[in-house]
Each structure stands twice: as structure tokens, then as C-alpha cells.
Design a protein around this ligand. Structure first.
Ligand code: NDP
Ligand code: 2IT
Length: 454
């Protein structure tokens, strides 16, 4: 996979960092992709920040501080024993305790957890809150499992993970396949083993036991707040826009809700079995009931909504729209998808998922002049509100929804400004990718310089 990255476009110093990384871990394609994307925007730092090279900051920052892999044995409802592999990659703690989600999905492997952990470092830096970067999870498939099986899996996972986390050490949260139910089971087991109500050890908790208002909504709302700023910077708004949202999980549902509150019409959502077109606009209450309460499929939504049609063939990106919000998973939007979007006149692509757009597809968006927001900036609202949950836990308090949502909004406006100001400062005005990477990176790198060789 690494052959597809053209290191000749990097300065020699950064190319050698990348080549050595690929040689060390040749099979980690997703991780290579995430690192290459960041390095390819850092060229100006080679000259402007000679101390980074002298102190091997580039070499150090691409190597996780600690990588944990562990056995997760559990028994199903029939008493059969299964074994999964658990992961926690504690990538960088220069700015604060490690922080980042847990993903339960059959595709999870070390490459995916490393790419997510690497992205998380710079995303967390952009939020302005004191959080390092980490990610974890397991190659466990929650689909079709009973609540009791999910609970036993979470308990077994936490029995090992609890040795490695804590409110000042590492603070996991949700990601794909890990939502409020799983955080509940994980927190219960942590509390039991440690005999300690450390509310700040996990975020995304329930509202009566240390959770924050607006955390459930935060990633989707934050994405739309960021996209709204991009439109506003061009004298435009969401009013009257046709929007396509991929996925139908936590991020997709609340991106849909906020976009529609701002006057847009979301005409399509999806899951791994297909997509739904609803020309009346997605009925968010029905979607929440199908996905959050009944744990159903988007085909169930279509079956209950007269204006909706389900398609198991074709691509959601062929649905004409002004704004596309990929909110499912990595590399879900490739060159073909982007070509279809551009052909249909898309104005903006803003990422809710982590690394959903392939490098070729990003190049094509750039070539066509389509506004593009990279996930590490535009989906930072989730972890930012996790940071707000940690603040509330430290203060043994809980803020009202409106107050927390207003802070989230302010953070997203701030990230947008920071991306644009940094892009200007480095001579690439309007380039959100370079702005996000440079702003996120410099803060972490400067903290590493200040803290010495560790
Ligand atoms: P959920 O598990 O709630 O939903 C995931 C959605 O994406 C589902 O509709 C799922 O469909 C679909 N999906 C997942 N994997 C695939 C795949 N391989 N192919 C096709 N569809 C897929 O996860 P979230 O909404 O929390 O996460 C979505 C994305 O947003 C991820 O990239 C995550 O890393 C990112 N993110 C999440 C944050 C959060 O706070 N939750 C914060 C920032 C980013 P199906 O049910 O069929 O699998
Ligand atoms: O990718 C992400 O930023 C998340 N899954 C949220 C992490 C968190 O700690 O809230």
C-alpha cells in the first residue's frame, strides 16, 4: 500500500521519516495514509522550525508512546467461548492525558487504531483543551449480539484495560460500535474493579452518573457548526441546501438533525447494507427510533416512511446534493464517488468520519475547487465535548444543555478561525487541510520541545 505514496513531493527530511516508518510496519496502510497526509503539509516547518529536526520531533511524533494489545475472552448466550483482540494505542501525551475513543468493529486492527490515534493527537490539539491523543477498540462485531453478550464483552475488555487508564492517565470514549450502552457497561466494570467512582475515566457517560449534556449530539452538531462557518466565510448558509449524509450512526444522526435545524434538507443517509433517499427530508425522530432504540437498519426506516426508498445497489454519492457529509468510516469516499458529486454540482464536502475521503478523492476535490474540511478539524466537536465532560467531572458539576452546546459552538468557530489564520500565515490561504495540520502539529511539537527528550 505504501508504494502509492509519492515521497518525492516531500522534503528529504520528511521523506526519510516516512520511509523508515513504512519499513518498520510495512502492512499498516491506513496508518501510512494518515501520516503521509500530515507530513505532506509540514514542509514549511523544516525551514521555519529547525529545532524540530534537531530534536527528532518528526521521528518521535510518528511513534506511539505505548501500544497495548490484549486477549478479550467472553462467552455468548449459549455458553460458547470467543476470543477477540483488544487494543489501546497511547500515542502522545505532551498536551494532557491520553484521550480518544474505542471502536468495536470486525475490521479493527493495529493499523486502524494507529491511524485513528495519530489523527486524534492533532484533533485534540485543535480543540484548545488539554488532551493527548489515543485510540483503542477490538475486532469484535456487536451486530446481532444480545445486551447480555455486549455486557460480558465490555466487562472482559475493561478487566484488562482498567490497568492502563485513569482520569489523569488515559480517558477513553465511544467511536464506531461503542455508544452509551457500551460506555455504561465499561464504566460499571471499572468502578467495580477499582472500587472508585472516577467519573473522569471515561466520557460519553449517562446524564445521571457523570455524563455531559450535548455529548451525544456533539460530533454531528460540531461538524455542522464548522461547515456553517465555511459557508458563512463565503456569504452563504445551510438555508435551502440539499445535503447527503453517509452513515446513520451517532455522528450521522446529529449532523442530519442540526443541518435540518439550520434550514437544509438531508435527502439521503446510509449504512453498510445500502442507502435511503427521502425527498421529503429525513425524519430524524423516526431515524433515531430505528437506529438508537430498535438498533435497526436504514431499510427499516424506508419501510416505515412513504417518501423514502432503500437502495442496496449503487452509491450514496450519486445522489445529487450541494453539501456531502461523510459520517460512516475511513476511505468510504473514493475517486468515483467524488467524481459523481462534482458532476452533480457539489459545493462542499465536510468530514464527520475520520479519514473518510481517499487521497485521490481529496486531490480531485481540490482540483475542482470544492470546499473541503478534513475530519481532524470538522469532527473535533465530539472530543471537545468529551473535554468539557472532563471539566465538569473535575468540578463535580453539570452544565445545562444550552451552556454546553454554546461552548461546543464557540470551540468549532475557534477551530475554523485557527485553520484559516494558520493557512494564511503559511502562505496557503483557504487550505483547511494545511491549516488544521500545521496548527494542530505545532502546538504538540512545541510542547514536546519544552518537555525534553522523553
Ligand atoms: P456508529 O457506530 O454510531 O455508526 C457508524 C455508521 O457507519 C453506521 O451507520 C455503520 O453502518 C456505518 N459504517 C461503519 N463501518 C462501515 C463500513 N466499514 N462500511 C460501511 N458503513 C460503515 O459510529 P459513529 O457515528 O460514532 O462514527 C462514525 C464515524 O465518525 C467514524 O469514522 C468515527 O471514527 C467518527 N467519529 C466519531 C465520533 C464520535 O463521537 N462518535 C467523533 C469523531 C469522529 P452499519 O451499522 O451497517 O455498520
Ligand atoms: O474520533 C473521535 O474523536 C472520537 N471518537 C471521540 C473521542 C472522544 O474521546 O470523545
Amino acid at each position: 500500500m505504501s508504494e502509492k505514496f509519492d515521497t518525492s513531493q516531500l522534503p528529504r527530511e520528511l521523506a526519510s521519516v516516512f520511509d523508515e516508518l513504512v519499513a518498520r510496519d510495512p502492512h499498516q496502510g491506513e496508518f501510512h495514509q494518515a501520516v503521509f497526509e500530515v507530513l505532506s503539509t509540514l514542509t514549511p516547518l523544516v525551514e521555519r522550525k529547525p529545532e524540530y529536526q534537531d530534536l527528532a520531533i518528526f521521528e518521535r511524533i510518528v511513534e506511539p508512546e505505548r501500544q497495548l494489545m490484549f486477549r478479550v475472552p467472553w462467552s455468548d448466550d449459549q455458553g460458547h467461548i470467543h476470543v477477540n483482540r483488544g487494543f489501546r494505542v497511547q500515542f502522545n501525551s505532551a498536551l494532557g492525558p491520553y484521550k480518544g475513543g474505542l471502536r468495536f468493529h470486525p475490521s479493527v486492527n493495529l493499523s486502524i487504531i494507529k491511524f485513528l490515534g495519530f489523527e486524534q493527537i492533532f484533533k485534540n490539539s485543535l480543540t484548545g483543551l488539554p488532551m493527548g491523543g489515543a485510540k483503542g477498540g477490538a475486532n469484535f462485531n456487536p451486530k446481532g449480539k444480545s445486551d447480555a453478550e455486549i455486557m460480558r464483552f465490555c466487562q472482559s475488555f475493561m478487566t484488562e484495560l482498567q490497568r492502563h487508564i485513569g482520569p489523569n492517565v488515559d480517558v477513553p470514549a465511544g467511536d464506531i460500535g461503542v455508544g452509551g450502552r457500551e460506555i455504561g457497561y465499561l464504566f460499571g466494570q471499572y468502578r467495580r474493579i477499582r472500587n472508585s467512582f472516577d467519573a473522569g475515566v471515561l466520557t460519553g457517560k449517562g446524564l445521571t452518573w457523570g455524563g455531559s449534556f450535548a455529548r451525544t449530539e456533539a460530533t454531528g452538531y460540531g461538524l455542522v457548526y464548522f461547515a456553517q462557518e465555511m459557508l458563512r466565510a463565503r456569504g452563504d448558509s445551510f438555508e435551502g441546501k440539499r445535503v447527503v449524509v453517509s452513515g446513520s450512526g451517532n455522528v450521522a444522526i446529529y449532523a442530519t438533525e442540526k443541518a435540518q435545524q439550520l434550514g437544509a434538507k438531508v435527502v439521503a443517509v446510509s449504512d453498510s447494507s445500502g442507502f435511503v433517499i427521502d425527498e421529503e427530508g429525513i425524519d430524524v425522530d423516526l431515524l433515531k427510533d430505528v437506529k438508537e432504540v430498535r438498533r435497526g437498519r436504514v431499510s427499516d426506516y424506508a419501510a416505515e416512511r412513504p417518501s423514502a426508498h432503500f437502495f442496496s445497489e449503487g452509491s450514496i454519492w450519486e445522489v445529487p446534493c450541494d453539501v456531502a457529509l461523510p459520517c460512516a468510516t475511513q476511505n468510504e469516499l473514493g475517486l468515483e464517488g467524488v467524481e459523481a458529486l462534482i458532476h452533480n454540482g457539489v459545493q462542499m464536502v465536510a468530514e464527520g468520519a475520520n479519514m473518510p475521503t481517499t487521497p485521490e478523492a481529496i486531490d480531485e476535490l481540490r482540483r475542482a475547487g470544492v470546499l473541503y474540511a478534513p475530519g481532524k478539524a470538522s469532527n473535533a466537536g465530539g472530543v471537545a465535548t468529551s473535554g468539557l465532560e472532563m471539566q465538569q467531572n473535575s468540578g463535580r458539576t453539570q452544565w445545562p444543555f444550552e451552556e454546553t452546546d454554546a461552548k461546543l459552538h464557540q470551540i468549532m468557530v475557534g477551530i475554523h478561525e485557527n485553520c484559516l489564520a494558520t493557512a494564511d500565515e503559511y502562505g496557503v490561504p483557504g487550505d483547511y487541510v494545511a491549516g488544521a495540520n500545521l496548527a494542530g502539529f505545532i502546538k504538540v511539537a512545541d510542547a514536546m520541545v519544552a518537555q525534553g527528550l522523553i
